[in-house]
Write a new protein. Structure first.
Length: 367
């Protein structure tokens, strides 16, 4: 079952987030999306809605597909500023008949639908398998049979690498996931590569590291720790860090990730390839939490012991080398961590009630 509706007649409120940054794509790439038909799966979620916002600014015809499952991040408020300019189809990407209809005539598909909680994948592996594997086949089969000329960009994850053998991690690193989510996301990525190589459905994958920014889910802590940390800071609560807070990560602002997707979608040089998309350098979780508290002017940090179920699937230090993607399309991150946190905190101070309706009874999930 699917529901299709279009928002119209409502004011543009982008200024509440901060004016859209000057588009850093080249003129050729910016013009690529003008009038182009673009479908975003997971389009009401965190990255999907930010991507939709930019595509509307570029003049694309945007169709958003989202199941709006309660705990998965889809939120109609995420597209409040562009609700007059997009179409929304409430549908589950696991539904093959829906996807066969929805992919027709689309020119670019940004495939962001997925289950991203590592803990949930261990508690309910079958649902993770359905969403991160079966649904990817549903999308790709629909493309192969009904729109083989479409370009597909898949939202991969650095989680597929598992615990790194060396740092920074390049795309040559072994794929060795340590949880069910990582296994299924790796399979979903490989499906895209197979359909590119065998069936000619042009596809590539962006292996994202820790993405943060406006419109991120923060109802609960199971889809990563950054949004949860931000919520706790904004609400002047305690941020609990597992262990001593020395774990290293890289952080990439959502606007930079949006640019990465746009560049990959416009470039056939990316077809059949995988690319890391990460931050500019490693930051410890302790440093991140202290910086966030400083930026917000509220919140506090406390170190706690590792919960056993979290410790078992933690990967230790991780930060990525994104130079392969830079060489392919010229992408580099533009937003510094302090600046990105400042923008994000400002957004949630203005809109927090639209994003919180869950209890604050759990420590954050390290991702």
């Amino acid at each position: 079952m699917q529901r299709l509706f279009t928002y119209d007649g409502l004011s543009d409120q982008r200024g509440e987030i901060g004016e859209i940054d000057e588009i850093i794509m080249g003129d050729d790439n910016a013009s690529f999306y003008k009038g182009r038909r673009v479908l975003i799966t997971g389009g009401l979620g965190f990255i999907g809605s930010n991507l939709a916002d930019r595509l509307v600014a570029l003049g694309a015809e945007v169709l958003l597909v989202d199941s709006l499952l309660p705990d998965y991040g889809g939120n109609l408020f995420n597209i409040d500023s562009i609700r007059h300019a997009v179409r929304v189809n409430v549908s589950d990407v696991r539904d093959a008949s829906s996807m066969q209809y929805l992919v027709r005539d689309q020119q670019v598909i940004f495939n962001l639908a997925g289950q991203v909680s590592h803990v949930d994948s261990m508690r309910d592996p079958y649902t993770d398998l359905e969403i991160n594997c079966r649904s990817q086949l549903s999308i790709l089969e629909a493309c192969r049979n009904h729109n083989p000329s479409v370009k597909v960009v898949f939202a991969g994850t650095r989680q597929i690498y598992g615990k790194p053998d060396s740092l920074p991690v390049t795309e040559e690193h072994l794929v060795r996931p340590i949880d069910v989510n990582g296994i299924n996301k790796a399979a979903g990525e490989y499906y895209h590569l197979v359909y590119n190589n065998v069936f000619g459905v042009r596809s590539c994958s962006l292996r994202l590291t820790n993405v943060y920014g406006p419109r991120q889910l923060m109802k609960h802590n199971r889809q990563g720790f950054i949004g949860w940390f931000i919520r706790l800071a904004v609400e002047d609560r305690e941020i609990q860090l597992f262990g001593d807070g020395s774990q290293l990560r890289d952080f990439v602002y959502v606007d930079d990730v949006v640019e990465a997707f746009l560049l990959a979608g416009a470039s056939d040089a990316c077809n059949g390839e995988v690319f890391n998309v990460g931050g500019s350098g490693p930051v410890s979780l302790g440093e991140l939490a202290e910086l966030l508290v400083d930026v917000a002017g509220t919140g506090r940090v406390r170190f706690v012991d590792w919960p056993a179920e979290r410790r078992a699937i933690d990967i230790g230090d991780f930060y990525a080398d994104s130079s392969k993607f830079t060489r392919a399309v010229g992408w580099t991150g533009q937003v510094a961590l302090r600046d990105g946190l400042t923008r994000t905190v400002g957004y949630y101070r203005a809109h927090l009630p639209e994003y919180v309706d869950a209890s604050l009874d759990a420590p954050s999930e390290m991702s």
